[in-house]
Design a protein around this ligand. Structure first.
Ligand SMILES: Cc1ncc(COP(=O)(O)O)c(C=O)c1O
Length: 387
């Protein structure tokens, strides 16, 4: 089956394993080689082989990853960057000009908030925060004619709020703006926002896409070819591209995304069940819980509910910090989406940069990235850590 057929006809796991790359015609290499080259021999001036000229513009290892990402998100074109934030910055500079405005989630990833507050705003791009689970509040935050992007994370980080992708796409489009969905938490296995009306997908591929905590990367995926051409120009002109070694690792991780995500979801469900009945836990945040305010929307737009779980503890910040310190199987660390379970205190770690702003998170909150270890070991570890 050709690459094109894989992209449009095959199931998710088949696309994850085959899309973006045909076995190398000269050697038959089944896996995309790491093209550790900065430049390419030309057959006479301007005689490029396969369009490759210089590796900031294009590199075959990156091309393979970008094709796979586009296929998994059901987009037309994918773009791989040095990090999720590099992807975000390139997107903003492609689509916004000084004087434009962006609507952000009021519990956006702290680094995304910092990018807008400390980097984009001084360049003249304004932003307003709105809760993603309140369509009317997002509509009220939009400034028709000035708002160029409505930015959505769903589930959000770290409170796991859910935004209705279809409804927010209408809000954005009514105002002539694009709906951007940061699909890092769900991954394309659980949710494909382009099929629900979103215009741009953002990923920190550092997380579930790579899946093994061994590489930092970012991605954009779009359907609109005119926007894709502008992104191609900016990706090269700004130059925050993913290198071939990083692309190789990310692409290798992507091939097992489906099986990993199912195991992440299985384990997260066990953890949620355990935490929900623990006396030291006052609240569990997980969109799979029926009384979660976003459950119905999550059930409509997600295939399952993901591997991220947050919870609040009765003993305040001190106990939250203790739980993080005492856990052993859950490694204390930032990031998420790897095969190993991680635990962190958002207020002091990933979200420290939003302290004192509208984006501040509760001090008694603990966030888990539930890995794919043996579930019983994860529950025993949390039991011990909670005392
Ligand atoms: C939801 C989300 N978006 C974007 C980013 C930024 O990605 P990166 O760290 O790869 O720059 C992160 C990082 O944690 C994230 O969690």
């Amino acid at each position: 089956m050709s690459e094109q057929q894989h992209r449009h006809k095959s199931g998710f796991e088949t696309r994850a394993i085959h899309a973006g790359y045909e076995p190398d015609p000269t050697t038959g290499a089944v896996i995309p080689p790491i093209y550790a080259t900065s430049t390419y021999k030309q057959d006479g001036v301007g005689g490029l082989r396969g369009g490759y000229e210089y590796s900031r513009s294009a590199n075959p290892t990156r091309t393979a990853l970008e094709g796979a990402l586009a296929a998994l998100e059901e987009g037309e074109r994918g773009f791989a960057f040095a990090s999720g934030l590099a992807a975000e910055d390139t997107l903003v500079r492609t689509t916004c000009r000084p004087g434009d405005h962006v609507v952000l989630p009021d519990d956006a990833y702290g680094g995304t908030f910092r990018l807008f507050a400390k980097v984009e705003e001084p360049w003249g791009i304004e932003h307003t925060a709105a809760p993603v689970d309140d369509v009317d509040a997002v509509r009220a935050a939009v400034r028709p004619g000035q708002t160029k992007l409505v930015w959505l994370e769903t589930p959000t980080n770290p409170l796991l709020n859910i935004g209705d992708i279809e409804a927010l796409a209408s809000v954005a489009h009514d105002a002539g703006a694009l709906l951007v969905v940061d699909n890092t938490f769900a991954s394309p296995y659980l949710q494909q926002p382009l099929t629900l009306g979103a215009d741009v997908i953002v990923h920190s591929t550092t997380k579930y896409a790579g899946g093994h905590s061994d590489v930092v990367g970012g991605a954009l995926v779009v359907r609109d070819l005119e926007l894709a051409d502008r992104l191609t120009f900016h990706q090269n002109a700004i130059g925050a591209v993913a290198g071939p070694f990083d692309c190789f690792l990310t692409h290798r991780g992507l091939k097992t995304l489906g099986v990993r995500m199912d195991r992440h979801c299985d384990n997260a469900e066990r953890v949620v069940e355990f935490l929900s009945s623990h006396p030291a836990v006052t609240k569990v945040f997980y969109p799979g819980i029926e009384n979660h305010p976003g459950h119905a929307v999550a059930a409509k737009q997600m295939h399952r509910f993901g591997g991220m779980v947050s919870f609040r503890v009765s003993g305040g910040e001190e106990q939250a910090l203790q739980v993080c310190d005492r856990a052993e199987v859950f490694t204390l660390g930032e990031s998420l989406g790897g095969v190993e379970s991680l635990i962190e205190h958002p207020g002091r770690m990933t979200h420290a940069s939003v302290a004192g702003t509208d984006f501040e998170v509760p001090a008694d909150l603990v966030r888990l990235s539930v890995g794919i270890e043996t579930a019983d070991d994860l529950l025993a570890d949390l039991d011990r850590a909670l005392g």
